[in-house]
Design a protein around this ligand. Sequence first.
Ligand SMILES: [Zn+2]
Length: 487
Amino acid sequence: MADEKLPTRAEDFSEWYNQLVLKAQLADYAPVRGCMIVRPYGWALWENIQQALDRRFKATGHQNVAFPLLIPKSFIEKEKHHVEGFSPELAVVTIGGGEELAEPLIVRPTSETIIGHMWSKWIQSYRDLPVLMNQWNSVVRWELRTKLFLRTLEFYWQEGHTAHATREEAVEETKQMLDVYTDFAMNDAAVPVIPGAKSDAEKFAGADTTYSLEAMMGDCKALQFCTSHFLGQNFAQAFEVKYLDQGGVLQHCWTTSWGLSTRVIGGIIMVHGDDQGLVLPPKLAPTQVVIVPIFKNDEEKAVVLKTAKELKQRLIQANLRVTLDEREGFSPGWKFNDWEMRGVPVRVELGPKDVAKQAAMLARRDRPGKEGKASASLADLPATIEKLLAEIQQALFDRALAFRRSHTRETQTYDDFKKAVENGFAFAAWCGNADCEEKIKEETRATMRCIPLDPAAVLGNGGTPSSGTCVYCSKPSKNRAIFARAY
Ligand SMILES: [Zn+2]
């Protein structure tokens, strides 16, 4: 745990990440290679993420459902782009109850096909629309190169699926859910994301348009935070999802899907974490405040613990998530390091002198050392801490945004571009041609992350002309895209 130090981020970012996930007890490696076990602390973080999103999904009219884990193999073959995209990653069940199955089953990699199949039975008329569903589950994609939270064979996520009468309505839903994710990312995860459209090469297998949120990690690489897909009528046609319109004409539905996974936990670690460990945004932290009692003898212990317990109750009443660290046999200094590793936003240090003064020492996780410490009166501590948590939440976002902007460059020439993606994002005019995109990827290992929906917000410089000449082929370009090496 806190006994051994992490490698610094500058030394070895990847190893810093791997060790941090283990030492903060977020997750562990499973006996099956590529699978992960989410430990209680990691799951508590995921539950807070789930609640923050679920609240927003319900506020926008969606209902939760549960579809089965197993899908007939023939379903996946009905949509041609979908089968091409997912075939290499499928886990297939061929034996059940000791018998060879008449039709192999796949372990769901995502649920568009089985949901499309059921919709063809449930949707008859325009009165049945829209259908707005979401499910929280896990899916399996047979990945070869895995990393805890970021890419594992099985991962946890939510998948939203909706069906609409018109194209316009489905496009609007796709964008609405991207906005919902953006609101969650910016306000709860304190991650400044760039909402944008994917290229054809990077879009979801079976989608007409894929939108994503892209974030910059602490090593300047990009992470796709989540996606929202406009599926057109592709799945509706493959699965015969039709409705009678008001004029009595049979029409295909327009559908969407959108998902966010436990990968976001990896993103939060890599955006906010420092050399001491995890730094969690207060809105999502399983423990927002830890109280560490300090004493030298039984007499002091009795006085300090009494005050600490009262304080804990007052903080709980103020709706704060609080832990009182009463563990025996560990020094206060050891406990400080342990909670720093676990990223708890505020530490309350309480010793006999503090109790005598009716005060406590507050330490901010986002500002290690003396700079982040201040004494505060016990009388109004819940209010003081609430204010402090809001400040930390904002400070984390501001720091991450400043970091992203300082490592994002508008590039004009290809030489500039190559330098920019060595250590950050390149924001460059791109003609839209897949050949240029492919060449750029081959030559620089940078992929097209997205065409930002709000180009002016990328650098916050009040606006950049989107048009220009393609950074690779110099042909006229309508759009400016973010390119980066990515997870
Ligand atoms: Zn080009």
